[in-house]
Structure formats: C-alpha cells, structure tokens
Design a protein around this ligand. Structure first.
Ligand code: ZN
Length: 76
C-alpha cells in the first residue's frame, strides 16, 4: 500500500547540523532575496509568505525591482 502523500510531506525537521544554507542576494543592491537550502531556494516574502522553489529560480528584488535569476544552487 503506497504511503499517503500527506504523510510524506510532513518533514520531521531533523534538528541535526544545519545544512549548507547560502544567501541569494540581488545582483544590484545586494538585498537578500532568498536562502538556498538542500538544493532548493527558500523565498520569503512580506506578511509571512514563504516558498520553497526548485531551480532555476527567478525573483524580482523588492528593493530595486531587478529581476534576478539563479540557475543552480550557489557554490559553497
Ligand atoms: Zn535589488
């Protein structure tokens, strides 16, 4: 019997060592756009909206409106 989808999405956040988290910043004004975690980009918007998105990622800077793109997880 296949595991119900909802059960697999409940990630029991393992509180071990934090993985590599890399800041993704605007190429123009250096404002923080998101944070790369475990091969995905964690985007955080106003009012508590948060998203995990897969690469490639595009996002408009809140500060200078520059469209930024990240095609792969940032190097370490
Ligand atoms: Zn910017």
């Amino acid at each position: 019997m296949p595991t119900p989808v909802y059960q697999r999405q409940i990630a029991r956040s393992p509180r071990k060592t934090t993985h590599h988290s890399t800041d993704w910043r605007c190429t123009r004004c250096d404002k923080l756009l998101g944070v790369c975690r475990d091969g995905r980009m964690h985007l955080r918007f106003a009012r508590g909206h948060e998203y995990f998105v897969s690469f490639p990622v595009t996002a408009t800077c809140r500060g200078c409106k520059t469209l930024n793109q990240a095609s792969a997880p940032a190097g370490r």
